[in-house]
Design a protein around this ligand. Structure first.
Ligand code: ADP
Ligand code: MG
Length: 323
């Protein structure tokens, strides 16, 4: 017989570890952390995963634990911040040990890999909802901002794009995939790799940065808008995984240009910094590819390998856009 877990047993069993950098971690009304050192700023971001919106009820809990933290670490990566601590607000329909064990395992594995400490949170009964807030540190004035792109900058992206959308399309029944393509694209969708080391290495090298969560062109749009610039993007220069390279050009473009959930870094850097960008990529063991250029002329121009202008029909995801 399994004894039902109470709220405080649950917190103690799955989400409490001795405080390290924190002066006070889980267990009191607030966590206490040392203030950032002189010359440093705190970087703070929240991201929520909602059942039925971001994941299905039968999603693997271990992958969810990973992803809930990964999407938050990705925001720290996008500003070039060093992960410090996080909080976890959890709504669950019931305290189910098997689910919690898996979730905690996935979350702690990624937390340990990035040396980030869980310092508190909230736990309540309700439709499943996973909300993490991350804290990081960045030297004053060194954060990579969406607003810092300059005309003449190269446009770069890390890793490969489009795999998460390829997996989503399969799961929605839009297309079929062979076993290998399923395995590789599911891994990208379910267990994204936050590019924290790359973000850190790009401080002082890149101008603007953003993580690709809603779609390449949609997220690029945020940089352009905030920086008051335009861009030309070479659609066929976007780096693709072997699985995506076997797809039709139309499907590949859809996945790469409009697909979200890749959590790669999209960033701009002056042409004089090409060697420095490559050095940062080597240091972070993450490939980077040049896919376009920032320009004074407003708007986003999309061209193919022959330089032909393509229609930009690749809006990204917006939770509140009318269907
Ligand atoms: P309060 O009622 O003062 O908000 P709670 O009783 O909700 O405090 O939480 C008790 C302690 O457990 C607090 O330190 C809180 O930060 C922590 N906590 C609650 N839920 C979680 C969770 N899911 N993960 C980590 N810490 C948690
Ligand atoms: Mg509470």
């Amino acid at each position: 017989m399994t004894i039902p877990l109470g709220e405080f047993d649950l917190i103690a069993r799955y989400f409490t570890r001795p405080a390290r950098r924190a002066f006070l971690g889980v267990g009191d009304d607030c966590a206490l952390l040392p203030a950032p050192a002189a010359g440093e700023q705190l970087a703070i971001s929240s991201d929520m995963l909602v059942e039925g919106r971001h994941f299905l009820p039968d999603a693997d809990p271990e992958a969810l634990g990973h992803k809930a933290l990964a999407v938050n670490l990705s925001d720290l990566a996008a500003v070039g911040a060093q992960p410090l601590a996080f909080t976890l607000a959890l709504a669950l329909p019931q305290a189910e040990a098997r689910w919690l064990e898996g979730f905690a395992r996935g979350m702690w594995a990624l937390a340990d890999a990035h040396d980030i400490e869980l310092v508190g949170g909230d736990t309540t009964r309700g439709p499943r909802n996973l909300c993490i807030t991350v804290l990081g540190t960045v030297p004053q004035g060194r954060a990579l901002l969406r607003s810092a792109a300059q005309a003449g900058d190269d446009l770069w992206v890390s890793g490969t794009l489009g795999d998460a959308r390829l997996a989503l399309g399969y799961r929605l029944g839009e297309w079929s995939l062979d076993d290998v393509a399923q395995a590789t694209s599911f891994a990208r969708m379910d267990r994204p790799t936050p590019r924290v080391t790359l973000g850190l290495a790009l401080r002082g090298v890149a101008h603007a940065a953003i993580d690709v969560s809603d779609g390449l062109l949609a997220d690029l749009g945020h940089i352009l808008q905030r920086s008051g610039v335009g861009a030309t993007v070479h659609a066929d220069a976007c780096p693709a995984s072997p699985a995506l390279r076997t797809q039709s050009a139309t499907r590949r473009r859809l996945c790469q240009l409009a697909g979200g959930d890749d959590y790669e870094l999209l960033f701009t850097a002056p042409t004089s910094a090409r060697d420095a960008v490559q050095a940062a990529a080597t240091q972070a063991a993450t490939a980077v590819t040049r896919i376009g250029r920032i320009e004074t002329r407003p708007g986003l121009r999309l061209i193919d390998a022959e330089g032909q202008v393509l229609d930009n029909a690749y809006a990204g995801f917006d939770h509140f856009r009318p269907a």
